[in-house]
Design a protein around this ligand. Structure first.
Ligand code: HEM
Length: 198
């Protein structure tokens, strides 16, 4: 349990922080919106857990990051009983079949996400038609037990990074991804980081 918590607990949050900063530097108006919200709420002091609830744009930016940079693109479940799947599959799969749930596909399915192109980062995005189409932490009894902890860690660190430094993208190319237990960048993501004036 300790080793799985360490394995599941380190790369996941570190990569989410990385992908959030990447998404914000690539979307300067979202970056400004989130930073202004943080500056006006906190006036430079370090954030507390209670502050995170009062930063709705930060939450939207992190949720868009979870949606577009899904760390666990697939989950799997073994069917406990023979189960009928309606159209388009229209088939009954036997008990014990392993079913893959493609979270990253659901996260950008045009049938689920109204408004702007689901492949784009949009801070004003509405929730999906079916709530099950957004599952960065999984489902049900086997869902990630650390969602609250992970969201708090990511939120607190991103706030501090935005309070203390200016971030700009130094590279506008496509960042290729690779899956190694979780989805990470294939190469470097280049950004400029400067201390913010006091
Ligand atoms: C942004 C951070 C994280 C994301 C996106 C994430 C996502 C996930 C997902 C998708 C699953 C599989 C859920 C399913 O199959 O329904 C999972 C399972 C798990 N996660 Fe996380 N996780 C994160 C952080 C953490 C942290 C910080 C810890 C521990 C400190 C942790 C511990 C675990 C464990 C132990 C499981 C296995 C649960 C089980 O099989 O019953 N995760 N996580």
């Amino acid at each position: 349990m300790i080793s799985s918590a360490l394995l599941a607990g380190y790369h996941t949050t570190a990569l989410t922080i990385m992908w959030t900063m990447h998404a914000l530097t690539r979307h300067p108006s979202a970056y400004e919106t989130v930073r202004e919200e943080i500056d006006s709420r906190l006036e430079g002091r370090p954030p507390t857990l209670a502050d995170l609830d009062a930063l709705p744009y930060l939450k939207k930016a992190i949720n868009e990051t979870f949606r577009l940079y899904t760390l666990a693109p697939f989950m799997s479940r073994e069917l406990p009983t023979a189960t009928h799947f309606p159209a388009p599959l229209s088939a009954t799969l036997p008990k014990g079949t392993t079913v893959l749930i493609p979270a990253s596909t659901l996260h950008t399915a045009a049938s689920q996400w109204r408004g702007t192109d689901p492949d784009t980062f949009d801070m004003n995005r509405e929730p999906p038609s079916d709530p099950l189409a957004f599952a960065p932490f999984g489902y049900g009894a086997r869902a990630c037990p650390a969602e609250r902890f992970a969201r708090a860690e990511v939120g607190l660190v991103v706030v501090r990074l935005l309070q203390r430094f200016e971030w700009t993208a130094d590279d506008v190319g496509v960042v290729e991804r690779v899956e190694r237990f979780v989805v990470m960048a294939k190469g470097d993501i280049k950004v400029r980081v400067m201390p913010r004036a006091a």
